[in-house]
Write a new protein. Structure first.
Length: 210
């Protein structure tokens, strides 16, 4: 299979329980909850997205003809360091493209594998770290994993209303945008009152990293 990638870059994971960890981010093009076009945002199932995932014109982006060539580009982006190789597949929605062949190919070049997903699709086997970020109005199929990271607030999606979810850790991430400061204060207060939830800040934005 070929893969359509918006961008490929090395940075620190900014969010959730793995914040601060070096990683290659492979951002796939396309999402099942928004076309990515601003004129469609108001009618999208997910309307608060902070990411450009359209096309292949980002740093390191392109069309990769097979799993081996994308795994090679991921390894080249990481560099020679052997320890703690870590790739995060994101997007857009990574589960539209991530398959067993690509998982096998990045594993073969020494990477542990993470995904950031909206949880509307089941993942292939062999992923080491699954972060699910549910979206109000989108069906949640993937109800277990390493961390649930809910963007807060979302109308009609209250943190403890998610039925039948089983994650190792639970995070609330303040919705970025014009109300970020207010949303951060609201998450702080919620976590003080509901200590099974933790605050996830988008730390890469604070340090000027992608
Ligand atoms: C751009 S999404 C891509 C992965 C996948 N489509 C998803 O939604 O989980 C990566 C992460 O950013 C979060 N995110 C998107 N827009 C955000 C915003 N405005 N404020 C805070 N987090 C946001 C998502 O919820 C998700 O956890
Ligand atoms: N540094 C950094 N950390 C991230 N964690 C999740 C991200 C994403 O967009 O999926 C992201 C991102 O875009 N950059
Ligand atoms: S599901 Fe993820 S990538 Fe798709 S629009 Fe929402 S935040 Fe953006
Ligand atoms: Mg991001």
């Amino acid at each position: 299979m070929s893969y359509i990638v918006k961008e490929l870059f090395k940075t620190l994971q900014g969010e959730g329980a793995q914040a601060g960890r070096a990683a290659v981010f492979c951002r796939f093009s396309g999402c099942n909850l928004w076309s990515g076009r601003e004129e469609d945002r108001h009618k999208a199932l997910c309307q608060f997205c902070d990411t450009d995932f359209v096309g292949t014109d980002g740093y390191g982006g392109g069309k990769f003809q097979d799993a081996a060539s994308l795994a090679g580009a991921i390894a080249a982006t990481w560099g020679k360091i052997e320890r703690n190789r870590y790739v995060v597949f994101t997007g857009g929605e990574p589960l539209l493209q991530l398959d067993a062949a690509l998982i096998g190919a990045v594993r073969a070049v020494g990477f542990a594998i993470a995904i950031e997903t909206n949880g509307t699709m089941e993942p292939p086997k062999g992923i080491d770290w699954i972060c699910v970020s549910p979206k109000a109005g989108a069906p949640l199929e993937l109800r277990s994993g390493s961390e649930l990271k809910l963007v807060y607030p979302q109308v009609d999606l209250f943190p403890d209303d998610l039925p039948d979810v089983h994650f190792d850790q639970y995070f609330l991430q303040p919705m970025d945008g014009p109300d970020r400061a207010r949303n951060t204060a609201a998450v702080t207060e919620f976590c003080l009152q509901n200590p099974h939830w933790r605050l996830s800040l988008q730390t890469h934005k604070m340090i000027g990293m992608p």
